[in-house]
Design a protein around this ligand. Structure first.
Ligand SMILES: *Cc1c(COP(=O)(O)O)cnc(C)c1O
Length: 538
């Protein structure tokens, strides 16, 4: 047994999955077998995309140097003159020597040739942006940045449905802020009220289970569940629940976390059908893992009117510390429509709320309300994602756009990222002798390991039943941490079944995944010994 009583374990189970995992880290670090400490609990990638970062650094160097033209007082400089800035940047860069300099030249030209943007204007936005000597203007999204990110999302996830020219963007401090802002504004605008029904696809990233339950929101959840026996694919029957008009919103992660599955064509069609029966359905679609499946098709591309897109650069580019996310809404969308249908009292209240922000608050779009609410209305004039962050989003986007024509499949960086998590997935599953899902709709970013199934496969049904009956949910994880130094996350916190554990294929050196597989089997073996001892005493 581990050193926790059943009571302790019950207490632990009340905590969120990530909080439990934090406790286990401490155990794992001084594990009894002095194994190396392996934390496969975090979804944080252990890789970074390099060239866009180097390009960012070059823009900072150039910008500082160029700023000395107007004020040059030791370590104080002024604003840079924008006239002729593209020419001066190109003269500063050395494309023969630095790959990132060549990238910047190509990127500026791409903005001009393909996106029809003005070269000087683009360079001025980037250099001023990375220097960061002005508030973000326009506050919601910088002008060229919006065109660039829109084109990026178009290629990455809309699969040929042309939406880039009808989508408004609000870059945010990661998808995290996007989620917080979305719930807050939906509630402030009476689009979601206490007691309203919202649907959630489970298992899901824990915050989506926690936020709606909080007192501020107090929403009633409708579960659209998927199961391992179907390879975690969602059954269209589950999606039919969305057709009920009492379901106000659908909060969806696609591809999923922790089950790592993309909604396939059948599921997407079912969503479209449900919206014909429930046309005012508001969908918030978190698509941060989109690039990890080939030919990803966003829910936004299927039902753009109903969907708020949430995207993050964090996972693909290894930039969680940067906080780079974005919200996208179609010019024509259900959120604006639902605001227009509010009763007179609610409208009057909202006109007052936003009356200090705009002259005609009744016409204020939901996406602009998100921006104003993100700074508590009063600080709207200093709203918006920091300009250096917005330029970093542009530079990650452009690198992808320069290496693909369309569709996102021929970006070597993305190919490498997919191969990396896939290799770790294969190693883990082979070491455990667990069944693999090698279909294209699996991102391989996380695995959800069914310990009971593994127990049955390795030692038989009776042992499985013993394991499922006799132990607290977190016991297995605690042993794994305490004895073997391996930290995984409990799947129950994600809405998975008891006995399902999440392994992240993002966070550890590739060689460790076979080790983790072996350690999981070792812990099972321990349990099996206890099981045999008990049986022999009977
Ligand atoms: C990691 C993750 C996020 C957080 O994204 P950030 O941009 O880093 O805030 C959001 N949603 C899901 C499903 C995630 O896995």
């Amino acid at each position: 047994m581990n050193n926790f009583s059943n009571q302790d374990e019950k207490e632990l189970e009340k905590l969120g999955a990530f909080e439990i995992s934090r406790k286990m880290l401490a155990l794992a670090q001084k594990n009894e077998q002095s194994n190396i400490f392996l934390n496969a609990g975090r979804g944080n990638p252990n890789w970074i995309q390099t060239i866009s970062r180097l390009a960012f650094a070059r823009l900072v160097q150039f910008g500082v140097y160029d700023s000395k033209q107007t004020i040059d007082n030791g370590i104080m400089a002024g604003y840079m003159p924008t006239e002729g800035i593209r020419e001066r940047l190109f003269a500063f860069l050395d494309p023969d020597k630095n790959e990132e300099d060549q990238f910047l030249v190509d990127a500026v030209n791409y903005c001009h040739d393909t996106l029809k943007l003005d070269r000087d204007d683009v360079v001025a936005e980037w250099v001023n942006g990375v220097i960061g000597n002005d508030y973000p203007v326009p506050d919601r999204c910088l002008k060229n940045t919006q065109v660039i990110i829109n084109h990026y999302l178009q290629g990455l996830s809309y699969e040929g449905v042309d939406l880039e020219n009808e989508t408004q963007l609000f870059p945010t401090e990661g998808a995290t802020a996007a989620i917080v802002y979305a719930f807050h504004s939906l509630s402030e605008n009476h689009l979601l009220n206490k007691g309203d029904k919202i649907a959630i696809n489970t298992p899901i990233f824990t915050p989506y289970l926690r936020i709606p339950e909080l007192n501020d929101y107090d929403l009633v959840e409708v579960d659209l569940h998927s199961y391992e026996k179907n390879n975690w694919e969602i059954n269209p029957k589950e999606i039919e629940k969305l057709a009920d008009p009492s379901v106000k919103a659908f909060i969806v992660v696609n591809p999923t976390n922790p089950t790592s599955k993309e909604f396939d064509e059948t599921a997407l069609t079912a969503i479209k059908q449900a919206t014909t029966k429930n046309p005012d359905l508001m969908i918030i679609s978190d698509e941060v893992y989109g690039a990890f499946v080939p030919h990803f098709k966003s829910i936004y591309s299927v039902v753009p009117y109903n969907t708020m897109l949430v995207y993050s650069y964090s996972k693909l580019y290894g930039c969680t510390g940067w906080r780079l996310g974005v919200i996208g809404l179609n010019d024509e969308n259900v959120f604006d429509h639902n605001i227009s249908k509010l009763d007179a009292a609610d409208k009057a209240e909202l006109n007052k709320r936003y009356g200090s922000n705009v002259l005609d608050p009744a016409k204020m779009k939901f996406i602009d309300r998100l921006v104003a609410d993100s700074r508590s209305i009063g600080l709207y004039h200093t709203a918006g994602l920091s300009t250096p962050q917005q330029i970093m989003e542009s530079l990650f986007s452009l690198r992808h756009m320069l290496t693909t024509t369309n569709g996102g499949t021929s970006d070597p960086y993305i190919e490498i990222a997919r191969k990396l998590v896939d290799k770790r997935y294969q190693d883990l599953h082979k070491a455990m002798g667990a069944p693999e899902d090698n279909t294209d709709t699996n991102t391989h970013y996380y695995s959800l390991i069914d310990v009971y199934r593994l127990a049955e496969k390795t030692y038989g049904k009776e042992f499985r039943d013993y394991l499922a009956d006799d132990f607290q949910q977190v016991d297995f994880l605690l042993r794994l941490a305490e004895k073997n130094g391996v930290v995984l996350v409990d799947g129950v916190g994600f809405g998975a079944k008891p006995g399902e554990l999440r392994v992240s294929q993002a966070n550890l050196p590739t060689n460790d995944y076979a080790v983790i597989g072996k350690q999981v089997l070792d812990v099972l073996k321990d349990y099996y010994k206890e099981f045999e001892d008990k049986n022999s005493k009977k």
